[in-house]
Design a protein around this ligand. Structure first.
Ligand code: S3P
Length: 460
């Protein structure tokens, strides 16, 4: 068991860091690299556990993946029809993206597969991918969990005989979900007809961009995407690019800078795809505008260095998240709640029902953390409303969720009120932090490098 001890910060944070490669883009690079024709070179792939799960899954399905000396990961693609059955269930760990994207890709294979995950992943809804996949002929079943009223892992996918195959699909998704969209597009690579998907709001579009860069016949317009394999040679060109840094991780660094007066912190090489920048808009509306230094494109994704300094302005208004911004900031809500917690204004986080089915129920988890730091919170079915103000050093648990642990660390940096029971000599204790390795291994080192007083302890 690991835990962090974090003290309130009295000196500005300084420095620029490059966070791990974007997790979403990394999953897609491994998956599409594995079924491309020839070797893909992917630099900057995240060393986090989530991307590692996807990598291991393809190694078990016969794809050779090597770490080259220059730090690139070389994926020896086997072509669309070159995968073979793994010798047992595929463990997706804590990664919902791995499970849902693989469900789509494996639904059209001539061999069967079983997908399993850890305790948290086994409670997450899978009906959202299984149902539309079945509607195009896939033989995929989860386990019905009455308490969730949904299908959950393990997912059992039966072989798709060549003479049957998946059919075309026209699907209007109720939720804006890039995982659902990507699973259906991946199944479309193995279908005889076209795949057309529309969603209420455009979710992250990394799959569309990557498939297009690899030569697949895909067209996207607003929140709709159309993939038609008619006349296509069923060959994906290999990838050669650097995964931009993960904006969801960079956000924790930028918010830390925004919270501590006089700081100058930078996050380098960050993916600024518009489907991912909602949190930067929210931060700007709270009074702190990040400064952007554009760096061009990587693998079809726009990239910039982002800075927070005195010139950015201070956080002075509450956070407002809702509507389209809720989709564009979905993974950054924990960081935004941390940004808002100490601002003496009302903050409203709405249209975030999806947060209830992430690595934890993030609405309840964030409410619990805010209360531990001494704030009162109204919990809504789809969000949170609270008034920010002084925070007290306290004792909290990550609740098994990497982003809850990191959000708590940011709140601890500004927790100066009378300590709550469980704090250690005026510092905040955050328990159960190993989960942070899924997305941001090195978080503690990065924060310490910027000058934060955070210590990691290993408990036996
Ligand atoms: C992801 C999509 C989002 C996001 C998740 C990663 C992806 O989930 O929250 O962290 O890589 O496709 P949903 O598709 O469930 O919205």
């Amino acid at each position: 068991m690991k835990r962090w001890i974090v003290r309130a910060q009295n000196t500005p944070l300084k420095g620029a860091v490059r966070t791990q490669g974007d997790k979403s883009i990394g999953h897609r690079a491994v998956i599409l690299g594995a079924i491309a024709e020839g070797a893909s070179r992917v630099r900057g792939l995240s060393r986090g556990e989530d991307n590692a799960c996807t990598r291991r899954a393809f190694e078990r399905m016969g794809v050779r993946i090597e770490d080259s000396e220059d730090g690139a990961v070389v994926i020896h693609g086997v072509g669309l029809d070159g995968l073979r059955a793994a010798d047992g269930p595929i463990d997706c760990g804590n990664s919902g993206t791995t499970m849902r994207l693989l469900a789509g890709l494996l639904a059209g294979q001539p061999f069967g597969s079983t997908l399993i995950g850890d305790g948290s992943l086994s409670r997450r809804p899978m009906g959202r991918v299984c149902k539309p996949l079945r509607s195009r002929g896939a033989k995929i079943d989860g386990q019905f969990v009455a308490e969730k009223n949904d299908e959950c892992a393990p997912l059992v996918i039966r072989a798709m005989p060549k003479d049957l195959g998946l059919s075309e699909l026209e699907y209007s998704s109720e939720v804006a979900s890039a995982q659902v969209k990507s699973a259906l597009l991946f199944s479309g690579l193995y279908a005889s007809g076209a795949t057309t998907i529309s969603e209420p709001v455009l979710s992250r579009d990394h799959t569309e961009r990557m498939l297009s860069a690899m030569g697949a016949p895909i067209r996207a317009m607003g929140p709709a995407v159309h993939f038609d394999p008619e006349g296509w040679d069923h060959r994906l060109n290999p990838l050669d690019f650097t995964v931009p840094a993960d904006p969801s991780s960079a956000m924790f660094v930028l918010v830390a800078g925004a919270l501590i007066e006089g700081s100058r912190v930078g996050a380098r090489g960050v993916c600024i795809n518009r489907t991912r920048t909602g949190a930067l808009d929210v931060l700007r509306d709270m009074g702190c505008a990040t400064l952007w230094s554009p760096k061009g494109d990587e693998g079809g994704e726009p990239v910039a260095d982002l800075f927070v300094s005195e010139k950015s302005g201070r956080l002075r208004s509450g956070a407002r998240v809702g509507g389209e911004t809720a989709v564009r900031a979905i993974d950054e809500v924990p960081a935004l709640v941390a940004a808002a917690a100490s601002v003496a204004q009302v903050s409203e986080f709405r249209d975030l029902r999806e947060l209830r089915v992430k690595e934890s129920d993030r609405i309840e988890a964030l409410a619990k953390v805010l209360r531990a730091f001494g704030r009162e919170v109204d919990v809504l079915p789809d969000g949170l409303v609270f008034e920010g103000g002084p925070l007290r050093p306290t004792w909290v648990e990550s609740q098994g969720d990497h982003r809850i642990a990191m959000a708590a660390a940011l709140m601890a940096l500004v927790a100066r009120a009378e300590p709550a029971y469980g704090s250690v000599q005026g510092a905040t204790v955050i328990e159960d932090t190993e989960c942070v390795a899924t997305s941001f291994p090195g978080f503690v080192t990065v924060l310490r490098g910027l000058g934060a007083d955070i210590v990691e302890e290993e408990l036996s």
